[in-house]
Design a protein around this ligand. Structure first.
Ligand SMILES: [Zn+2]
Length: 244
């Protein structure tokens, strides 16, 4: 027997399903990542349902026999307007959805709600997609339960000088002092280190208001992308475009 399910979710992918229908991938707050069919989602009265990168509360039917979902209704909370007008913002949204899907695991609720906030922020500031990427990625890393220290080295406990750089430890999965690092390729500069420490417990909206110069943004982006790729175990497809 079919079962009604209500979930809050982000639409992370949408694709045609036959001539008339559509299939969507949803990052939900309670079921993790699922696929759902929208009958009449291509040519029919349901074409406006569940646009890409939108979020809301969805009414689904679950068929337990073949474990499939059908999407029937949506109470939309957010539909993007600015993201699709900007190429870099579009790629950034795709990256945020992929990284969230990869890391949602046991904590879908917090990742889903972070992704909702990040997409809304990106939609309002499509010309600042790199800054949104930085603030989003730092929060995603934290939500995965990774603790990082920036005052002292998490490996040897040595107190760090204010102007000291940090490198990465693939053993601990965090930035460490240069003596403890086993990956010297990417450097966390003192300014970037202070930024991560300062914004650590802020909401993404508050962190976004904290200024970070362009050159520092570039370096911090590279560092955070390497960090998140390390945790997702494999490289993220959306980063291969080289456009973000
Ligand atoms: Zn150390």
């Amino acid at each position: 027997m079919e079962r009604d399910v209500r979930v809050r979710a982000v639409v992370t992918n949408t694709r045609p399903y036959g001539e008339m229908h559509r299939s969507v991938t949803l990052l939900t707050d309670s079921l993790g990542l699922i696929n759902a069919k929208i009958f009449g989602g291509r040519k029919g009265k349901k074409t406006a349902l569940a646009p890409l990168y939108s979020y809301g509360t969805f009414q689904l039917y679950h068929n337990p026999v073949n474990d499939t979902y059908t999407l029937s209704e949506e109470e939309s909370e957010f539909t993007p307007l600015g993201i699709m007008k900007d190429l870099q913002a579009t790629y950034t949204a795709a990256y945020m959805c992929e990284a969230s899907s990869r890391l949602a695991g046991d904590i879908p609720q917090s990742v889903c709600s972070l992704l909702c906030s990040a997409l809304k922020l990106l939609d309002n500031n499509p010309d600042q997609s790199r800054k949104v990427l930085i603030d989003f990625t730092w929060r995603l890393i934290q939500s995965s339960g990774i603790s990082a220290g920036f005052d002292s080295c998490p490996s040897c406990d040595r107190k760090l000088d204010e102007n000291e750089v940090m490198l990465f430890s693939t053993t601990l999965g965090t930035p460490v002092c240069k003596n403890c690092a086993d990956d010297g390729k990417l450097v966390l500069l003192p300014g970037c280190r202070r930024y991560l420490a300062y914004t650590q417990n802020m909401s993404i909206e508050d962190a976004f208001e904290v200024k970070l110069f362009d050159t520092a943004q570039q370096r911090l982006r590279d560092f955070l992308i390497m960090w998140i790729s390390f945790f997702s175990q494999q490289s993220l497809q959306t980063l291969k475009s080289g456009l973000i």
